[in-house]
Design a protein around this ligand. Structure first.
Ligand SMILES: [Zn+2]
Ligand SMILES: [Zn+2]
Length: 544
């Protein structure tokens, strides 16, 4: 097909699970490959990834997978999905450092060709020529991706913001965006996260000053939680602690990994080695500051363990302070509030971005979006990285700035070349649940059964019959989560099952499958009468 098209497989109409595909003259390029969280709609699922089936079937045409930055919603699914894609992976130096660690954990280091592309360096990939431009974001070395093709140039912004004082790395390369605007941009695929937020997202520099002033005035132990990969923030917290005469300890694996990747890339030089978790407990309260994982209320995080007082090395209580230098990602509110509540119950003072200026977003608010449209002047605007209300507000803003918006959702095929660009078809998309080492379809199948089990329970019966289908002995019934194992109900159900089976027609009782199905029916009715529920019912039939 001799055209240029944009095909989002994840991340359009939702936040998280970014997976974008560009098609040029029949060749494909994937951009970002991230995870999402199951959230309240998917109680049986912790982590989800986009279903790569459509792309995997076309992997012969796939030139590469390009990663814009080191956040989990952009890089977190690479190790899960690469085995289906098997293409080179291209990223900047910091993403490469983070990814190398993830691939090693997954045993894929030897297989994946990981190409580190410095910014402002052009690289040809089949009909595409790609180039990273530097943007500021809440992680070091985020990049926007320029895709030059014979049909025109696309700017894929990734996540970005404008910040005159980003603290780590230079500010967003506005000059490069202006030059790109001069060159002419066919379409801009752009971050919509904060399209509903008026004004400016604020500066990391302000947060640094505020944290320093706040922490200077505190007594007792101080713990601060933030996103592990927000290294400017980690640095600000560490410097604020040091300025207040505190030693700084890191709590949590993802923080230690991020700090290690950062040091490999030459960041955090102003911060000496952190105190280990083991040493922290021996430091006087007023001289200790902890940086912890757990800002999203994650169950196994350091802060969750501290709140539950199950952490082996440290405890917090009356007179101590916990600062949440983060925002609540939609879907995590309940877990976060529960964690904060638990900490207050222990006597800790809890401070958040709601009451203290200890966080700024890494995504552009409306003034920043306007500035980028002013610089880049794309003909078409494709809002992504947002839910529908973000995408449609972003589209309205783009129109004001002279771009024609195209609203898309996952699976749309947006033709960008030719006379009348727009959505011209769709491809299948979906989500997969990460379940240990497996990827399982989210709809139906095992995950569906598990969800039903979670709400309706499961009843399992074992039943021995003779050649004629007469029940031998007493069947065994167990229903964990529905009836107490020692209670009378499992026995009663077993008796009802035996009676019901013995009453079935003789012919039916001689056929194993028909008999098992009929026995399931008997049991289902018996349980339904007691519970007014429809649990999963399993019958193991043994013919003796
Ligand atoms: Zn991001
Ligand atoms: Zn993102």
């Amino acid at each position: 097909m001799n055209d240029l098209a944009f095909i989002p497989l994840g991340g359009a109409g939702e936040i998280g699970m970014n997976l974008n595909v560009y098609r040029c003259d029949g060749r494909l390029l994937a951009v970002d490959c991230g995870i999402g969280f199951g959230g309240p709609e998917n109680p049986a699922v912790e982590i989800m990834v986009p279903d790569p089936a459509w792309l995997a079937e076309r992997r012969d045409a796939l030139e590469a997978l390009v990663i814009t930055h080191a956040h989990e919603d952009h890089v977190g699914a690479v190790a899960h999905l690469w085995p289906a894609l098997r293409c080179p992976v291209i990223a900047g130096p910091f993403v490469s450092a983070v990814l190398r660690r993830k691939l090693a954990e997954a045993g894929l280091s030897q297989e994946v060709e990981l190409i580190t592309l410095p910014r402002r360096t052009r690289r040809a990939l089949g009909p595409f020529e790609i180039e990273f431009l530097h943007v500021t974001h809440s992680v070091p070395e985020a990049s926007a991706l320029v895709l030059r093709t014979r049909h025109g140039t696309v700017l894929h912004t990734g996540d970005w913001k404008l910040d005159p004082h980003p603290l780590i790395g230079p500010p967003t390369d506005e000059a490069a965006f202006a030059r790109l605007g001069e060159e002419g941009v066919l379409a801009m695929v752009c971050d919509s996260t904060n399209a509903l937020v008026e004004g400016h997202s604020g500066s990391e520099g302000e947060v640094r000053r505020n944290l320093a002033a706040l922490i200077r005035g505190l007594k007792g132990r101080v713990a601060v939680t933030c996103f592990a990969t927000n290294l400017a923030r980690v640095e600000s917290i560490a410097l604020a602690g040091m300025a207040a005469g505190r030693e700084v300890a890191l709590f949590g694996r993802s923080l230690r990994n991020a700090v290690q990747a950062a040091r490999e890339c030459g960041y955090l030089e102003a911060v000496p080695d952190f105190v280990s978790e083991e040493e922290a407990g021996f430091i006087p309260d007023d001289n200790l500051l902890l940086i912890c994982t757990g800002s999203q209320g994650e169950e196994r995080s350091a802060l969750a363990k501290i709140a539950a007082d199950t952490h082996p090395n440290i405890s917090l209580g009356r007179g101590d302070t916990v600062i949440f230098s983060s925002r609540m990602i939609p879907g995590n509110e309940r877990a976060i509030l529960r964690l904060q509540d638990e900490l207050s119950r222990r006597g800790c003072r809890v401070m958040t971005a709601e009451d203290h200026a200890v966080h700024v977003s890494g995504h552009p608010a409306r003034d920043e979006l306007k500035r980028l449209y002013e610089l880049v002047r794309p003909r078409f605007a494709i809002p992504v990285h947002g839910e529908w209300r973000h995408l449609s507000e972003h589209a309205a803003l783009a129109r004001e700035w002279g771009a024609r918006p195209i609203l898309v959702e996952d699976g749309d095929v947006v033709r960008l070349s030719g006379q009348e660009p727009g959505v011209e078809g769709s491809v299948p998309t979906g989500r997969l649940a990460v379940d240990g080492n497996r990827l399982l379809p989210l709809q139906g199948g095992l995950i569906g059964a598990r969800k039903r089990m979670l709400f309706n329970g499961i009843v399992v019966a074992s039943l021995a019959v003779d050649g004629e289908g007469r029940v031998l002995g007493r069947p065994r019934v167990s229903a964990p989560g529905l009836f107490e194992a020692e209670g009378p109900e499992p026995q009663q159900l077993a008796d009802e099952l035996a009676r019901g089976v013995n009453e079935l027609p003789k012919g039916l009782r001689r056929e194993d499958e028909a008999l098992a199905e009929a026995a399931r029916g008997v049991l289902r009715k018996a349980v339904g009468r007691r519970l007014r529920k429809r649990p999963n019912v399993e019958v193991h039939l043994l013919r003796v």
